[in-house]
Design a protein around this ligand. Structure first.
Ligand SMILES: NC(=O)c1ccc[n+]([C@@H]2O[C@H](COP(=O)([O-])OP(=O)(O)OC[C@H]3O[C@@H](n4cnc5c(N)ncnc54)[C@H](O)[C@@H]3O)[C@@H](O)[C@H]2O)c1
Ligand SMILES: [Zn+2]
Length: 368
C-alpha cells in the first residue's frame, strides 16, 4: 500500500469589516467600482425588500457601469429552503454568472442565510457582501458567517460556515421596517446587554425613547456595541469552548415557545419571553436578584415586547419542547443564566447549565 499525504494545513485569514452608519447603501456600488470584487454581481433579495431597496440598488450599480442582475424570491422563513437555493442558482446560471461573480445579499436574516449559502457553494464558492436590512440582521445574522436553509426536519439543518467579504449596516434601512420587527430586534439587543455589557443595559434604559424613534446616534451606538459583542464571542469561542453558548440566553425557552406557537410569534418575541422566564430560573437557583429580574423585565416591556407566556401553553409541553431543541443533550435542556446584568453564570468554567425540570416547572407555573 502506498499513502500519499495531501498537505493542506494553512492559516487562512477570514477577517472582514462591518461598516455601520447612515447612507451606506449608495456607497456599496462606488466601493465596488473603486475596488471590484468580481465581473458580475447577483443582487439577491426577497419580494418585500426588492421594491424598496433592490431596484434602486440595481439602478445604482448599472449607472456606475457594474454588471448586475436582481434575483428575487418570495419573502418569509418558509422560503428559506433548498428549493429556493436551486431556483437562485438556476437563475444565476441562466444569466451567465460564472466563477468571476459575486453575490450581494440584500435583506433580513432569511436573505442573508439563503444568499450566503448560495455563495458558499456556487462554483465551489464565490465572494459575497452582506447588506442586512432588519435590526435582527444588523446585530445578529450578519456576523459570524453561519449560512443555512431549513429542511422539513428542522431549521438551519443544511448549511455552511462562509464569511462575507464585507458587511454594510445601513441604519436608514430601518425606516421602512415594521415596528413589530424593530421591537423583535431590540429583544436580541437587550440579550447582548444582559450577557455581556451592563453599561449597554444602562444606556438602553436611559435612551429608550430615542431608540424607539430610531435616532441615528443611539441606534449606531447600540448596533455597534452588539456587533462588537457578537464578534468578540465568536472569535473567543474557538479557544474557549463553550463561550458561544451565552448567545443563546433566552433561547431555550424562547425556541420552545416559538415552535409551540407554530412560529406565529416572531423570534425576538419568543426570546423576550424566554429571557423573562430564564432570568426567573436564575433567581430561583439563587444567582440573580429579584431586583435584576425586574429591571430586565421592565426594559423589555418598555420596548413593547411580550414578557408573559401565551395563555394556551402549559408548563409540561414547554419543558417537553425544550428537550427537543437540537442543543439539548440526553433529554435535558441546557440553559445559560445571568448572575447579574452583564455577567453570566459559569459552573466549573462552563456556561451551559442543566436545570432540573422541577425548577423549570415551578417557574413556568409561577413566572412572576
Ligand atoms: N446566520 C445567523 O447567525 C443567524 C442569526 C440569527 C437569525 N438568523 C436567521 O435570520 C432569519 C430571521 O431574520 P429576520 O428577522 O431579519 O427575518 P426576515 O429576513 O424574514 O425579515 C423579516 C421581514 O421583514 C421584511 N424586511 C426586511 N427588511 C426590511 C426593510 N428594511 N423594510 C421593510 N421590510 C423589510 C422581510 O421581507 C420579511 O418579510 C431566520 O431565518 C433565522 O434563522 C440567522
Ligand atoms: Zn436569536
Amino acid at each position: 500500500m502506498k499513502t500519499i499525504r495531501v498537505h493542506l494545513a494553512k492559516h487562512v485569514d477570514h477577517s472582514y469589516d462591518l461598516k455601520i452608519g447612515s447612507g451606506l447603501l449608495s456607497q456599496v456600488g462606488q466601493d465596488l467600482k473603486n475596488k471590484p470584487l468580481a465581473d458580475r454581481y447577483a443582487l439577491i433579495t426577497d419580494s418585500e425588500v426588492a421594491p424598496i431597496f433592490g431596484i434602486p440598488l440595481l439602478k445604482d450599480f448599472q449607472e456606475k457601469g457594474l454588471h448586475a442582475a436582481l434575483i428575487t424570491f418570495p419573502a418569509g422563513e418558509e422560503y428559506k429552503t433548498r428549493e429556493t437555493k436551486a431556483y437562485i442558482e438556476d437563475e444565476m446560471f441562466r444569466r451567465g454568472f460564472g466563477r468571476d461573480s459575486a453575490i450581494i445579499a440584500l435583506g433580513g436574516g432569511v436573505v442573508g442565510d439563503m444568499a450566503g449559502f448560495v455563495a458558499a457553494t456556487y462554483n465551489r464558492g464565490i465572494p459575497y457582501i452582506q447588506i442586512p436590512t432588519t435590526l435582527l440582521a444588523h446585530v445578529d445574522s450578519s456576523i459570524g458567517g453561519k449560512t443555512a436553509v431549513d429542511v422539513p426536519w428542522g431549521k438551519n439543518l443544511v448549511g455552511a460556515f462562509y464569511q462575507p467579504v464585507a458587511v454594510y449596516i445601513d441604519i436608514d434601512t430601518l425606516k421602512t421596517l415594521p415596528l413589530r420587527q424593530i421591537k423583535a430586534g431590540l429583544a436580541e439587543i437587550v440579550k447582548y446587554a444582559v450577557i455581556q455589557d451592563r453599561s449597554l443595559f444602562d444606556y438602553l434604559q436611559e435612551n429608550q425613547e430615542k431608540i424607539l424613534n430610531l435616532e441615528s446616534e443611539p441606534i449606531i451606538y447600540i448596533i455597534g456595541r452588539c456587533c462588537e459583542i457578537k464578534a468578540y464571542v465568536v472569535e473567543q469561542d474557538e479557544r474557549e469552548g463553550d463561550l458561544r453558548k451565552i448567545l443563546n440566553y433566552g433561547h431555550t425557552i424562547g425556541h420552545a415557545i416559538e415552535a409551540l406557537c407554530h412560529y406565529r410569534i416572531l423570534h425576538g418575541e419568543g426570546v423576550a419571553i424566554g429571557m423573562t422566564i430564564e432570568s426567573r430560573i436564575s433567581q430561583e437557583l439563587g444567582y440573580l436578584t429579584g431586583e435584576e429580574v425586574r429591571r430586565q423585565r421592565s426594559l423589555l416591556e418598555a420596548f413593547g415586547l411580550p414578557v408573559t407566556l401565551p395563555s394556551h401553553l402549559n408548563p409540561q409541553e414547554i419543558i417537553q419542547a425544550t428537550t427537543l431543541d437540537k442543543k439539548a443533550r440526553g433529554g435535558k435542556a441546557e440553559y445559560v443564566l445571568p448572575r447579574k446584568i452583564g455577567e453570566m453564570v459559569t459552573i466549573n468554567g462552563r456556561y451551559g447549565i442543566r436545570v432540573d425540570d422541577e425548577i423549570v416547572r415551578k417557574v413556568l407555573s409561577h413566572p412572576h
